[in-house]
Ligand binder design. Sequence first.
Ligand code: DC
Length: 222
Amino acid sequence: MLIAIDGPAGAGKGTVARTIANALQFRHVDTGAMYRAVAWLARHRGVDLADSAAVVDVARDASFELSTRVVVDGHDVTGDIRTPEMDAAAAIVARHGDVRQMLVQRQREMGRAGRVVMEGRDIGTVVFPDAPVKIYLDATPEERARRRALDPAHAAGKQGASPDQVGQIAQALAARDQSDRTRAVSPLTRADDAVYIDTTGVPIATVVETVLTLARQRLALQ
Ligand code: DC
């Protein structure tokens, strides 16, 4: 009983995953928060993010609490991991194959219990290739940048972004997309058997309804 939701930043994964997890009373696991938390902890300990062996050491012993708050090794980093600096830092960490291996192992353990909605970039392709429900959410780069600029969970959204800032966010998103899509290990790509949903211009409630209907059918839930 696992629902895998993948797609680029700003496609609506977070809102959709959280809402359907609530509706189905499943656990919601945001794997992006794990990459962000490892990046935060590495920075906190003065570790060079480019040094994959050192970052693996950080990831190996880290404890994660992923609920409404994100707590790593006892540090509540909920707000601190969603800044432009941490966007870039997490993308660097996510390029290291051995760091990914370590986090994928943790994610498989979390998913094994079942009744999980897991969101990320490689859930349907690598972490749970046999997931019974796979969704790939997408939207145009412009729409994704606009959403990110309005997202109160992110630093930019909190301050209310100006049109100039939306332009900057769009550029940063494009750079991160490029990094996520072209990295050597587990690049962001749509699984062949994932249901593709373009959310551009679609109200989030409609996307949630579509995913819920599909999940209920595939998992034979009421
Ligand atoms: O979803 P997010 O923006 O919080 O993800 C942060 C970074 O981690 C982003 O660069 C993509 C990467 N990531 C990944 O490579 N694999 C995942 N399963 C989740 C996130």
